[in-house]
Design a protein around this ligand. Sequence first.
Ligand code: ATP
Ligand code: MG
Length: 413
Amino acid sequence: MNLAWQIEQYLPRQLLELVKDISGQAAKRGQRVYLVGGVVRDLLLGYPNFDLDLVVEGDAVKLAQQVAKTSQAKLLAHHRFGTAKLRYGNFSLDLATARGETYAKPGALPAVTPGTLKNDLIRRDFSVNAMAISLASNDYGELVDPYQGKSDLEHRLIRILHPGSFSDDATRILRAVRYEQRLGFELEAQTAQLLKRDIPMLDTISGDRIRHELELILKEKRPEFVIRRLAELGVLQRISPLLKGDGWLVEKFDKARRLKKPSQLPSLYFCLLVYSFSENEIEQLLVRLNIPAKLSRAMRDTLRLKTRLALLDTSPLKPSEIYYLLREYESMAIETNAIASDSSTVHHYLQLFLTKLRYVRTALDGEELKRLGISAGPEMGQVLQILHKAKLDGEVRTRADEKKLARSLSPKS
Ligand code: ATP
Ligand code: MG
């Protein structure tokens, strides 16, 4: 099968120019270059994907360096293990030296040796991700598909390449479900069986790697479906027995998407995922996933604040009361509770804090207070606090109001 037409059709002109430049230079060096992985899958499906991965039979770093020297593309980075990144205009593209991998033990990072395209494809996760397209001039556009990836695409199946795949690298368990849900595919029958058998192998994977896969899941358009499916398969429980992928989560993830910016979503989703945990229960998960400090604080705060929401749901509160109650929490924890709580009063107060109260500042500063006869130190601290509270509650509005109040508080008045 030849995909030259699809390449020309779907890739933006600039990106195509760079690809052609690379393959031309490679030919001069006697190297063959292929498009591989996600972009091949998506070209066949007709989905846009401008995240290009190229495999080079030969030294990818040297090739990238030469392309950078002789064209407008810039070499962004290169690594000793044979990968390089090129940028051209708004696009970037990854080049890798074709390689084979062997796993000394389950979950270990693989030992890597230079190899052919075929070696490079067999180390991949699923048949639909293990296809390549030749970019050489004599067979430009030819599909290389040694594992029936195209047939699996047509039958909408996620299939591993060999029975040891999940135990070699159990992150593939999470990846399989992510692609299954994203593409609306099914796990092929034997793959599904092996996936369930190998769920315990998740214990061989480091916290950082599991968290990274969860982050990728949380960047999907509808992560709640991936989470729900992971729960159904018993995968989620292996990461933490308390994690759930139920209807509540589906509803709240959906609400989060409607209300928040895309960049906030992954952290917010993490906080929602642990919403049913107790303050003690969360610690184990933070350790298991090696969650970074700021997100850990947000997740802990989410649960601490949850236990205090009842205080917001009683009699009417003054703005300053809301402020003092909420100021100690990470803003992400407040955002999460605003989405998680079903009380409209709570929602209103949390939003008020997030959009207004936390930004309220007094117009007068220390210098001006000194001129009004208030001395630096605890006295000034107290006056500033009184001014701030009065401003929060709308008792003072203008600079003149603040001056008047400050004067009345000055010992010399
Ligand atoms: P996406 O659209 O999610 O980016 P992708 O296929 O480009 O899909 P990447 O995570 O960018 O996925 O990885 C690029 C390629 O590397 C994949 O297509 C797959 O062939 C291979 N790959 C990634 N992770 C693994 C893994 N854990 N085991 C085997 N192969 C992997
Ligand atoms: Mg990719």
